[in-house]
Design a binder for this molecule. Structure first.
Ligand code: ZN
Length: 285
């Protein structure tokens, strides 16, 4: 099942993608895709609906974040050995965790704004994990039972803010528009193996990232278990599981986004995103 939220930012309606790829309106069944819909058998109730009975949505509306009101977004750093190598960082012995402010989150195709003063805005295609149940200190072998589904994420990152402004990475990860999620939440029954998904990213048609989740250092089940030891994960929380090689920071010379660029990215079975990059309105650069 592919669930989404469509329409203008702040006024999205719930939707479902049918077997032909057509967007259908779910608002006769739920008012929004919220944590409550993901938890407590809500997904099972939605799965019982025949998408052919839902009204078709005409036109090509914007896709919002596939879950409303994400409570927290936890990201995993250096989780692909080739990406750790390109950034001259050691492969971590335990997962590296950091937070992205939820105000950074946006829709799959929303415009990306280069922050004021930024000269090092970078891209990162990542497998997103959307939590479906209250998850507290769960074992690795049970961890995937707590996952509602998966989505494409672009973990946009300002490398100067992240690495040269001191303190935690959160400064370089939390700028407005730095967290496109979607277009859909794809439920776990449609993802046979989260550790065998190809993922890619292009800027202006040039492919920079071309990876597969099989080369993650710590897989999804390990990450959900590990994070739940330190904090309770709630329905609708999002984990971004790290990026493979090919980010701008790792290129020689490093290459960063500029106004007018177009980013396209996708993950096998989870859909694709496309973002226009624009300058900050108060930028002097
Ligand atoms: Zn990342």
């Amino acid at each position: 099942m592919k669930l989404c939220r469509y329409g203008k930012a702040g006024a999205e309606k719930p939707g479902m993608i049918d077997h032909e790829g057509t967007l259908r309106d779910l608002s006769g069944h739920v008012s929004d895709i919220t944590a409550d819909v993901l938890a407590n058998d809500g997904l099972r109730r939605l799965a019982a609906i025949d998408p052919a009975t839902l009204p078709r949505v005409e036109g090509t509306p914007r896709y919002g974040t596939p879950v409303a009101h994400v409570g927290k977004m936890i990201c995993v750093g250096m989780n692909y050995a080739d990406h750790a190598a390109e950034t001259q960082a050691p492969v971590p012995e335990q997962p590296v965790l950091f937070m992205k402010a939820t105000t950074a989150i946006g829709g799959a195709n929303d415009t990306v704004v280069i922050p004021r003063g930024s000269v090092k805005t970078d891209w990162e295609v990542e497998l997103g994990v959307i939590i479906g149940e209250v998850t507290r200190d769960v074992s690795i072998d049970k961890a995937l039972n707590y996952v509602a589904g998966y989505a494409v994420i672009n973990d946009l990152s300002e490398r100067e803010f992240q690495l040269e402004h001191g303190g935690q990475w959160v400064k370089g990860k939390s700028c407005d528009t730095f967290g496109p999620i979607g277009p859909w939440l794809v439920t776990t029954d449609e993802v046979a193996d989260p550790q065998n998904l190809s993922l890619w990213l292009e800027v202006n048609g040039h492919r920079y990232q071309n990876g597969n989740t099989r080369t993650m250092v710590f897989g999804v089940a390990h990450l959900v278990s590990y994070i739940s030891r330190y904090m309770t994960l709630m329905p609708g929380d999002v984990i971004s599981t790290g990026t493979p090689a090919g980010v701008g920071l790792g290129l020689k010379p490093p290459t960063y986004l500029k106004p007018g660029d177009v980013i396209e990215l996708g993950i096998e079975g989870l859909g694709r995103q496309r973002q226009d990059v624009i300058a900050h309105p108060n930028s002097t650069i």
